[in-house]
Design a protein around this ligand. Sequence first.
Ligand code: ADP
Ligand code: MG
Length: 516
Amino acid sequence: MSAQAKPQDKANQKYETVIGLEVHAQMRTETKIFCGCRVEFGAAPNTLTCPVSTGMPGVLPVLHRKALEFSIRTGLAMDCKIAPFSRFARKNYFYPDLPKGYQISQYELPICEHGHIDIEVEGATKRIGITRIHMEDDAGKNIHDPSGVSLVDLNRTGTPLMEIVSEPDMRTPEEAGAYMRKIRTIVRYLGVSDGNMEQGSLRCDANISIRPVGQVEFGTKVELKNINSFRFVERAIAYEIKRQTSVIERGGEIVQETRLYDTDRNITVSMRAKEEAHDYRYFPDPDLVPMVVDPKWIEEIRAGLPELPDVKRKRYLNDLEISEDAAAFISEERATAEWFEAAVDKGGEPKSVANWMMGELTRRLNDDKLSFANCPVIPIKLVELINDIDSGKINARQGKTVFNSLYDRCKSMIEESPVKPSPADGSLAFIGKVEPVTSRATSSVIREELGIKQSTDTGTIEKAVQEVLDKNPDEVERFRGGDQKLMGFFVGQVMKATRGEVDAKTVNEMIKKKLG
Ligand code: ADP
Ligand code: MG
């Protein structure tokens, strides 16, 4: 049973779902896995090809060392055993986008095996086994022109892929979605893939079966091919559960097959009977030498692993005591986590930093289609602003005004400069570049220029509060009669009368004192 199923659900449910995912992640190398052609999205058709990637006879593929390194890196991050000896195999099949007549993949000796990753679903952590990670080359692309002509673009042939195969450990669509998200987070942290789903850098095949609750044997599985969004993976599986349940309820049998998810109609449709491994006539690729990986190299790669998202999340929860939601949000992307850590390093109070990051800052970044990897406001500037609020120089409301002005200025200063922070760097290197460019935009400069300050003079506050109470005798009566909601009204009126230049908390306390 899935970790999050409630007991009453279990009682009602007759069938249990079993899910295993095969995720394909495109590796972030500049050139292809077995030749020197560039890997690039969106280039003119058939411009990124050579005799190796077009499968001419007599050519010899040579493995890109980086592809092997990236696979080992991923394997180590997922606690896999790295094979001391592994090799490539030919997976034979015919298709117009595969001029070689076979895909170069790994079969009986993959580079990584027996790992796991942890996912979080509804507050519980669940471990999902990783059966294997193997390397392979991508095929080209068939383009079916509306005029009825089919064209082939071979630019994608030879693009290095990692296939990450899970154990059949997932039980709900939500777990499958969480698993795919976690894979994306990890490969992005490691810098081995950009995880860009719109461009197909991360896609998955979902295997689904159902079985009566309590039955040990798995049911017959159906494979859903090539799903390229988290939302679709969940929807496609949810549909498939319903479909399989109704087939069985009607006394039918599930046939092992490959189906496609139709995103427009939210249904799955049969594509072909599932082929078995023996249909592919796998055999070791005679053109590529087996790989013997030096244990010293593995240890070097291990030593270079970044702190991973799960470790960061737990550290934020335990040491910095931010909320679960905040820890999950901040640890999801490496740049976000590093931005946060840089702010805390500069003395930012962790909860305040997290709140600003999740609130106003993310809102502005989203509007501008930016991220923490190219955020115009560098961490120290937010820390200074938070300090100005905490020390009472300005109140929270004024802080928002100052922040937005700070953001606008930093953004336009960067736009006018030659500095172009790019999120592709995947690091915080941009902070150093942005710092000199935006040095004149700070919380204190903006506060002074805009004349934003907070009155701490209790005499002023008291006078304003008294005036508001005098002007609203009916409301005072109702408040005294128990209508607590009116507090917001009083505070709002005082803020209006003082043009928001006083501390709301002090106003609040003063009203309470005056009205008993
Ligand atoms: P195939 O050889 O058909 O590709 P594999 O044994 O390699 O099958 O498994 C492919 C994927 O399907 C794996 O992720 C695995 O966890 C999953 N899987 C295997 N059996 C089942 C099942 N009965 N129900 C759901 N998923 C399954
Ligand atoms: Mg398989």
